[in-house]
Design a binder for this molecule. Structure first.
Ligand code: GNR
Ligand code: NI
Length: 175
């Protein structure tokens, strides 16, 4: 289960709209396992395939408490089929925007439809932190980042900081 490199701002791939997955096979399950290994190693609680430069509609999440057992989930071609009117605010971060955190408001609960790693259609109601992470990951599949919900001033400041880091180091955007 190789850990893969996570791409960071200002990599233009983060703005791609990822393509639907047409077949759930062993190659895809290997990609899922790489994503889970990469997410746990980071460590993070969610990861979209585009963050390891694979522009396909696939995400993994584990929003279980740190002390408890792992609860890995993989969602293929996920779609939000219902969102609550109730909103929730969480301080969000992103492995592709290292060490930057800001509060974002989103629907508190969502019902998500997806294909699981066995190729079976599933629906699940996500609430609390899981709802936030699923929406954050789904945004990645559409080239949307959490900084897009901030004021232009804050967003431009972050983008500028990461552009500067990329010029300074080897272009991989590491801090
Ligand atoms: O690890 C992550 N934590 C997190 C915290 C609050 C809201 C969203 C997230 S997702 C993030 C990992 C990531 O960048 N996924 O795309
Ligand atoms: Ni992210």
């Amino acid at each position: 289960m190789p850990v893969r490199d996570i791409i960071t701002l200002p990599d233009p791939k983060l703005r791609l709209v990822s393509k639907p997955i047409e077949r759930v096979d062993d190659d895809l399950r290997r990609l899922i396992d790489d994503m889970l290994a990469t997410m746990y190693e980071a460590p993070g609680i969610g990861l979209a395939a585009i963050q390891i430069a694979e522009p396909v509609r696939l995400l993994v999440v584990d929003a279980a408490p740190k002390e408890g057992p792992r609860a890995p989930m993989s969602l293929i071609n996920p779609e939000i089929v219902w969102s609550s009117d109730e909103r929730n605010t969480y301080e969000e971060g992103c492995l592709s925007i290292p060490e930057y955190y800001e509060e974002v408001e989103r629907p508190a609960s969502v019902r998500v439809r997806y294909i699981d790693r066995d190729g079976k259609a599933q629906e699940q109601l996500a609430e609390g932190l899981l709802a936030t992470v699923v929406q954050h990951e789904l945004d990645h599949l559409n080239g949307v980042l959490f900084i897009d919900y901030l004021s232009k001033l804050k967003r431009d400041r972050v983008i500028k900081k990461f552009a500067k880091i990329a010029r300074r180091d080897d272009g991989k955007g590491r801090l």
